[in-house]
Design a protein around this ligand. Structure first.
Ligand SMILES: Nc1ncnc2c1ncn2[C@@H]1O[C@H](COP(=O)(O)OP(=O)(O)OP(=O)(O)O)[C@@H](O)[C@H]1O
Ligand SMILES: [Mg+2]
Length: 261
């Protein structure tokens, strides 16, 4: 059961996943994300593998547990597929669904440019979560505009670390095509790459290096929803487990309150 207490605040890191090997030995060991070092997160896995819940959990934990220098955390949620997962955010300012998705992404990018150009002197953490970025790209008809969106993503991934901008994407298909011309170079900018559920060799090859794939193969069946593999900063993948969310409405409330602020 996941908790939202502040006692878990650590030295800059946000604990977000459980070490699956420790879990199998009856221990609870948290793995953390460090926003100042590697702020970008890529969630992948087949439908129903638990990407959206895992992503929402990290978002809520970041909002609640980020250290004072990153506060107030400002979240933007983009849902190009108009999934029912996000119905409860309808009407909130930094929530963009369906056709509004490209505009939401542009707004986030513009905020990054303002901070880069010192028009915005704040230093808080701004996170953009896009549930299925591929759908956002597909919503744009114009080829040039499509490429522009992919270029903006590439720039955000490459340049925004020191500005405390975080891009978090969930996708069923993490192919290089998603990122346009910058392809795998963009994919490599994700400090945390997590593949949930059972997955095919092709998807594993898109996300992890040879050593990681050997390890995944040797480990055998990982289990179903909410269990998978995490690589941090290109390091060897390790088995992880998404904490069970007992009270989804509490989790949703944290995200709602952030967007409503
Ligand atoms: N950590 C969790 N705790 C509790 N329930 C979970 C958890 N992960 C997944 N679930 C349950 O499984 C369902 C499917 O998970 P989720 O929506 O996150 O999958 P997904 O990978 O985002 O799928 P899709 O690609 O279709 O969007 C959730 O609606 C929820 O009911
Ligand atoms: Mg989902």
């Amino acid at each position: 059961m996941t908790r939202f207490s502040c006692e878990e605040r650590t030295t800059g890191g946000i604990p977000f996943l459980l070490d699956e090997r420790a879990h199998r030995m009856g221990m609870e060991t948290w793995l953390s994300i460090e926003y100042d070092k590697s702020p970008h997160v890529l969630w992948s896995g087949r439908t129903g593998s638990g990407k959206t819940v895992a992503a929402k959990l990290l978002l809520a934990r970041s909002i609640l547990l980020a250290p004072p220098e990153l506060q107030p955390v400002e979240l933007t949620v983009i849902d190009p597929k108009s999934d029912t997962d996000f119905d409860y955010l309808d009407g909130l300012t930094r929530f963009y669904r369906g056709d509004e998705a490209p505009q939401g992404f542009n707004n986030f990018f513009d905020a990054f440019i303002r901070r880069r150009d010192k028009q915005d002197l704040s230093a808080n953490l701004k996170i953009c979560y896009a549930d299925e970025f591929a759908s956002l790209i597909n919503l744009i008809d114009d080829k040039k505009e499509k490429e522009a969106a992919q270029r903006k993503l590439a720039l955000l991934l490459m340049l925004s670390r020191s500005r405390r901008f975080s891009v978090q994407l969930a996708t069923q298909q993490p192919s290089a095509k998603l990122f346009g011309e910058s392809g795998s170079a963009s994919r490599e900018q994700f400090g945390a790459v997590c593949l949930l559920g059972e997955s095919g060799a092709e998807t594993q090859a898109m996300l992890f290096d040879g050593d990681s794939r050997e390890r995944i193969k040797a480990f055998g069946v990982i289990g179903g929803r909410g269990v998978g593999w995490l690589s941090v900063n290109g390091g060897i993948a390790q088995p992880v487990r998404v904490p069970m969310v007992g009270a989804m409405e509490k989790l949703n409330r944290v995200i709602y309150d952030n967007l409503a602020r």
